[in-house]
Design a protein around this ligand. Structure first.
Ligand code: HEM
Length: 149
């Protein structure tokens, strides 16, 4: 005689169905993207907070200088896409686990998908369309290479 609540039957082992394969890929993706993100974020924080003047160096000219360089554009793009997909995939699993009502589950999953796509598109536009030398700006605020243009 115990007052312990009834336990639910354990989930079935992941099958070889399409859904089973998708879950396995999702599990693998979280591990691989997590390890790559640790490396990317460590470099990101070292460049922005440790090298040079640290946090004091971050102004328009600093960001414009970085985003004028294809290496940092693609570095930031990779970090943006991996961070968003890693975070969204984790949130997807949390919604699966906790949103019990079908309408709430569907609403949250769609809100998550839309937010993820919008942020990736806007972030990518910033990275690849950023104008480091906007016309009519105070030259003292711009990166030094703008003087040659
Ligand atoms: C105190 C910590 C942080 C500071 C001061 C910082 C600063 C910056 C700065 C100045 C930029 C502009 C471009 C560049 O420098 O490459 C930037 C962009 C970015 N940061 Fe950070 N960052 C920090 C933490 C993080 C973390 C933890 C992530 C996690 C993934 C992250 C992800 C990004 C991404 C994806 C971009 C590109 C955004 C875009 O324009 O689309 N940052 N950050």
């Amino acid at each position: 005689m115990s007052n312990a609540p009834d336990l639910k039957a354990p989930k079935k082992a992941i099958s070889h169905s399409t859904l089973g394969r998708a879950r396995r890929w999702s599990w693998m993706f979280q591990r691989i993207s997590g390890v790559i993100l640790i490396l990317l974020i460590a470099i990101h924080l070292t460049m922005n907070l440790v090298m040079g003047d640290g946090i004091n160096q971050i102004d328009f000219a600093f960001v414009a200088g970085k985003l004028a360089n294809p290496f940092w554009q693609w570095f930031d793009f990779l970090m943006l896409v991996l961070a968003m997909l890693h975070g969204a995939n984790g949130m997807r699993m949390i919604i699966d686990d906790y949103a019990r009502k079908p309408w709430m589950h569907a609403t949250l999953q769609w809100a998550l998908r839309i937010a993820t796509v919008v942020i990736i598109v806007l972030g990518t536009l910033v990275l690849f369309t950023f104008d480091p030398c906007p016309a009519g700006s105070d030259p003292s605020l711009l990166p030094s290479f703008c003087e040659d243009i």
